[in-house]
Write a protein that binds this ligand. Structure first.
Ligand code: AMP
Length: 306
């Protein structure tokens, strides 16, 4: 089934304990759509860039079967720029600089051929824009998933609460879940966020895995312990892309399938962090992904009689 992803396509500059990059390709929607491209070939992108964005990268996305008809290229304007610096533990980072540029007045236009999408992924961007996307779809998708961040809780909380009423699934990290709900315990936090709208709440805990909450059930997916984590940027987005891409490929939105989805999401995120930026997401094979899924199964499978 078809997937529509909306969000940022960006230039990032990153600094981790392992090195530094000058402007490389990033953006939440870039990571999401690339990750999803390993599961569905009906993969549609709506985003905006300036005319400084390399045509070669757009071609690379198209070669992964990503439909870029909804990628607006604004003449004479610059692409969104974000730079971040990671602390030594790689779990925390500071935003060093943000230049909104084209994102300042992003007005997402949905091409006619994207109107019938069954799955919608709203990548991290202003909640008012995320709501506009839902309103501009003539038919409500079978599943709407949203990602957000603490910035919007600080500066656009009412807008965020507004759009949350309209979605089915939210992915959010543990600190953001605590901030949004006012609860420290993640079980209580997930319940409160669920009352705001999304019936399924996924709380990401970085290198400690992810929790899936749905209708009183809880499922935990570990993160694969890796020998080297090079750059965690986009891991959350890659996770979301793997999750929703897998759901779109199966068309099944049951809790049992969502459990499989967060394992696929976690596997994709484990690849993302192995290199800087989106590089790793261009070179994967189905065999590699399947091998990693097998590692996940091994990681937490045990026999126990009670
Ligand atoms: P993640 O590491 O999963 O939180 O995602 C990092 C990506 O989000 C980077 O590639 C950034 O370009 C993008 N990003 C950072 N801040 C924002 C923002 N305010 N709006 C949209 N995208 C953002």
């Amino acid at each position: 089934m078809s997937l529509l992803t909306v969000g940022s396509v960006a230039f990032d500059a990153l600094e981790t304990p392992f090195g530094k990059t000058d402007k490389i390709i990033g953006g939440a929607a870039t990571y999401i759509t690339l990750s999803a491209s390993y599961f569905t070939n009906k993969n549609n992108l709506v985003a905006v860039v300036g005319d400084d964005f390399p045509q070669e990268m757009i071609t690379n996305l198209q070669e992964r079967n990503i439909n870029t008809e909804g990628l607006e290229i604004r003449k004479g304007e610059k692409t969104f720029f974000w730079s971040g610096k990671y602390h030594n533990d790689m779990n925390t980072r500071d935003t060093v600089e943000v230049q909104l540029n084209v994102m300042e007045n992003f007005d997402p236009q949905i091409p006619e051929s994207f109107q019938d999408c069954e799955f919608l992924m709203l990548g991290n961007t202003a909640p008012a824009i995320q709501k506009k996307v839902i309103e501009r779809l003539r038919t409500r998708p079978k599943l709407i998933m949203i990602d957000t961040m603490n910035l919007w809780m600080d500066i656009a909380l009412d807008d965020l609460k507004d759009v949350l009423k309209l979605v089915d699934v939210i992915t959010i990290n543990d600190e953001e879940a605590r901030q949004l709900s006012g609860e420290y315990a993640l079980v209580k936090a997930a319940a409160k966020i669920g009352e705001m709208g999304p019936k399924t709440v996924i709380i990401k805990k970085g290198e400690h895995g992810a929790l899936l909450f749905h209708g009183g059930h809880i499922f935990f997916a570990p993160a694969l312990p890796l020998e080297e984590v090079f750059d965690p940027t986009g891991a959350g987005d890659t996770f979301a892309g793997g999750f929703i891409g897998y759901l779109a490929s199966t068309g099944d939105v049951s809790f049992a399938n969502m459990k499989r989805g967060i394992i696929y999401g976690s596997a994709m995120a484990s690849f993302c962090v192995e290199k800087f930026g989106v590089e790793r997401l261009f070179e994967l094979t189905t065999e590699e992904i399947n091998q990693r899924i097998a590692q996940f199964v091994q990681l937490s499978a045990f026999e126990l009689e009670v």
